[in-house]
Design a protein around this ligand. Sequence first.
Ligand code: NAP
Length: 345
Amino acid sequence: MSKLRVGILGATGTVGQRFVQMLERHPLFTVSALAASDRSQGKPYADACAWKLAGEMPRAVRELTVQPPRPPLDCDVVFSSLPADVGREAEGCFAAEGYPVISNTSSYRMDAGVPLLVPEVNPEHLALLDGRDGAFIVTNPNCSAVMIALALAPLHRRFGVAAVAATTLQALSGAGYPGVSALDITDNVLPFIANEEEKIERETQKILGTLRDGAVEPAPFPVSAQCHRVNVQDGHMAAVRVKLARKAALAEVREALTSFRGAPQELGLHSAPERPIVVRDEPDRPQPRLDRDAGNGMSVTVGRLLPDSVLDYRFVTLSHNTIRGAAGAAILNAELLVARGYLKA
Ligand code: NAP
């Protein structure tokens, strides 16, 4: 199969750069177009983008001229990492013009006809795209919701989840570039990230929801989230407490997490980690610096798994927010779309 040509919206930003990096030698996709704001439009990518990732900017994109984020764009599929307000209009326009849109923004995540996809958890939600003839929007979750949903999925499947309380500690790169002021975050923790708590609560219910009569019925358990910005570069963490619908022994809960696999592993998708959930038994793990790159940034690490005296169990989960929480999640979604025949060269 010849490679699908990808256009990246928001290509100069934190997530856009991660897309460019992760797509450099991808077997299915090649970057053919880049778009960003009018600050960047008309410039070669190398001039428009202040490259912030380790390693060099890929040679193949350096001379591509940055375009406006609207159709037509010289590509077969659009990956979007625009701010949510801009993304709503731009992604809607591309889908209306017949492009498949793989979105990382929150703009369409809760729309009834749009899959909010975690390929290991709810690949069956792709049925929402049936009959769309290649023009659609598929979204990946919020960067904290994805690791919470992944860690809950095997527990929900095996025992039923009855209630969840999650407290996040979110890295600086989650706020984009330049993000939070150094004067606000040095020697400090910020207990507010706009709209984040609501996103985690409702997205977790949609991801773990059931597809019934062509619509996703949200999972019925309550989710309570509190979010904090902490002085860590990459890697979001969440301390999670969970009540189960049916009682389970600690060993059963641990086994459900460690044995969890999904469609990406069965299909051998390029970006799929061997283990979607890595369980660590050391008392001081997970830690952002040590665990964010597990599975090339695509595994979620769970540690501190213990019985809880208020709900049933508690654990700490961690994942790389710009990889499993953003660009890597979107790319894995696209790989599943190819494998399932929704995206064709
Ligand atoms: P960012 O670093 O601020 O980058 C924003 C990108 O959007 C830049 O390429 C910027 O272009 C472009 N842009 C801004 N305003 C625009 C406009 N009016 N028209 C066209 N393009 C515009 O943000 P980010 O962290 O990459 O986040 C991008 C999206 O991903 C957001 O929706 C965010 O919520 C979501 N997300 C981020 C993360 C994360 O960990 N950072 C994780 C999950 C989801 P210029 O360079 O030209 O200004």
